[in-house]
Structures are given as C-alpha cells and as structure tokens.
Design a protein around this ligand. Structure first.
Ligand SMILES: N[C@@H](CCC[C@H](N)C(=O)O)C(=O)O
Length: 281
C-alpha cells in the first residue's frame, strides 16, 4: 500500500494536489493520478503537481538545481504547462522553505517559468512566448448552432479560442469538437470568450484531460492574446482583465504580430495538507 503526503491548493478555483518527490522516487501511473484527483473517492483536483529536483528528470537539460513542476491532468495525462498550477507551485515552494522568493524560477516541460510572489497571495508568472494564428481552426460545442472560427494559440500547451455571443449558454459537460482534427493531434484546450469591454473579456474553458474547469491560466493568456489580435490592439504592453467562473486574473502582453511575451498575475492559495492512501491494484 502506498501512501502520500499531499498539499491542496488552487488558483481561481483551478485546483491541484501537490506532492513532494524531490528525488523522483515515485512516478505516478495514470491510474494513481486518477485516484488522487477523483472528487468522490480521492482528494479531488483538476490536476496533480509533483515537485521534483529538475536534475532527476531525464528529459530536462537545463539547470539541475531548479524545481521541476511535473504536471498531470486529472485523467492521468501529461501536459506541458499549467498557468494556474505554476503560481500555486511557487507559493507551495516558498511556504515550505523549498525556494527563496520573491522570484522563483520553475522548470516545466515548456521551459523555465519565472514566478514572482506578490502581496495578498498573488503571484505573477512570466509565461514566455505565445504564438497566435487567427481563424486557423473551427470549433463547435453543445449550445452553438454551428462551428465557429477559432484562434490557434500556443502557450507552451495548445489552445483554441472561439469568440461567442454568450459562453453561459454552452453545455460544456460534453467535449467540444474541432476541425481539422489534424490541427491538434495531441488534443487541445478550448476557450469560449465574450468581449465584455475595453481590455476586458470573460471566458469558459473545456480543458484537455480534465473537462470544464473553473479557470485555466494558460487559457486566460491565450484568450488575451487572441482578443488583442481580434481587436487590433497595437499598444504594448497592454493588460487584459480576464474573468473566469472561478475569479479574475490579469494578463499583460508585450510583443505583437502573432508573437507575444505574456505575464499572468492572479491568486495562488494553499488550502490544506494531509495523507492519502492510494488504492491497491
Ligand atoms: N489548468 C491549466 C492547464 C492544464 C493543462 C491543460 N489541461 C493541458 O492539457 O494542456 C492552466 O492553468 O494553464
């Protein structure tokens, strides 16, 4: 029987189970991740964040002394990056004396992401380079009359951003469908967005490997970048307020012409700690 010590945290109610595995002693199987993230029989979470010394990760060829955020979706799949997760991860490292703030570089499968601890439990993350391809795909979801053009955005992980009249009417208990299928061979996170006002948008998201979540940090960055492109906003830096069902974040964009440098600022909250026994078999 394998038991683990965990911490639970969230960023705008996108919630994560965090485990410390400094020496990479236990790489969780997809079944184990699903058991941990199960909201009835497990701890419950949209994903699992495993804290491992980067030098222990075979695929990592950067600074071995950094902490690596090994991110898993609730269905057990691996993802490259998690914008809310990296804020919560930074807060966890600082709270537990594992890293000194206020600036904490974190290794991810998309490269190093620098997180800065701010007052009031907020964290700002340098999300790096974001690429934007408007109208590259079409997306449909239950509640839409027809497929709508979507912007393909790469935030280290893949996103399809669709502007709709009212995201609230969509039924996101069912997965959206995109075309052409080859556009996202490894799946995609789909955001449905409404422009609320100047530099202000609201969105819902269906996350790859999870389902509808109350927030997606990389999704908010994708949405801000797609909105700036759609609205022809040329000024840089420009800051968007992005409302998600779980709260609000700010996304600052620098760059333009389809390639942005992005910074994500929002809350990172640790809610508790405990022990969990993984089911046998
Ligand atoms: N919730 C995350 C994104 C997590 C990964 C995503 N589901 C994927 O598979 O790419 C965020 O806050 O960015």
């Amino acid at each position: 029987m394998h038991s683990l010590t965990f911490t639970k945290g969230h960023g705008t109610r996108n919630d994560f189970v965090i485990v410390l595995d400094r020496e990479d002693m236990h790489d969780p199987s997809p079944d184990e991740v699903r058991a941990v993230c199960d909201r009835r029989a497990g701890i419950g979470g949209d994903g699992l964040l495993r804290a491992v010394k980067a030098g222990r990760i075979a695929e990592w060829d950067g600074d071995p002394d950094l902490w690596f955020m090994d991110y898993r979706n609730a269905d057990g799949s691996v993802a490259e990056m998690c914008g809310n997760g990296v804020r919560v991860f930074a807060r966890y490292l600082a709270d537990n004396g594992l890293a000194d703030g206020p600036v904490i570089p974190i290794a991810t499968r998309s490269g190093v992401r620098e997180a800065t601890l701010l007052p009031d439990r907020r964290v700002r993350v340098d999300v790096g380079t974001v690429t934007v391809e408007p109208g590259a795909v079409k997306v449909t979801a239950a509640g839409l009359d027809q497929a709508v053009p979507a912007t393909k955005v790469d935030v280290g992980n893949p996103h399809a951003v669709a502007f709709v009249d009212d995201p609230a009417v969509l039924d996101l208990t069912r997965p959206p469908v995109w075309e052409p299928a080859e556009a996202f061979p490894a799946g995609v996170n789909c955001e449905f967005v409404r422009i609320v006002g100047e530099r202000h948008v609201e969105m819902r998201v269906f996350e790859r490997g999870v389902g509808e979540t109350l927030s997606c940090g990389t999704g908010t960055v994708a949405v801000a970048a797609a909105a700036a492109e759609r609205e022809g906003v040329a000024e840089r830096p420009v800051t968007y307020r992005v409302d998600v069902p779980g709260g609000t974040v700010e996304v600052e964009l620098a760059g333009g012409d389809g390639v942005e440098q992005a910074f994500l600022t929002g809350p990172a909250v640790i809610v508790g700690h405990g022990e969990f026994t993984l089911p046998e078999g």
